[in-house]
Design a protein around this ligand. Sequence first.
Ligand SMILES: [Zn+2]
Length: 90
Amino acid sequence: MAAPRRQQDRCPSEAGSRQERARRDRPKGPDWFAEPGADRGQPVAVHTGDCYLTDRRRRPIDRADALRLLDSGLPACRVCRPDNDLAFLG
Ligand SMILES: [Zn+2]
């Protein structure tokens, strides 16, 4: 998808490229993810951002959310151990 496309007149091209660059410059994704359950409802586990187990279904959360979910009894992934990263002692 390298071919440049002429922007629509009502859409200034600068806004699009700026968003794209901001996304590219971001070092990496969120540090934590919640793994949604089968019904896409309540999460079933907390993962670190680089865990390979949650490629498709993961939902990014921030540190506060990760702590809250763990505190509410949600299990931490046994592979990536987000509870270690968060220093969660519960
Ligand atoms: Zn994990």
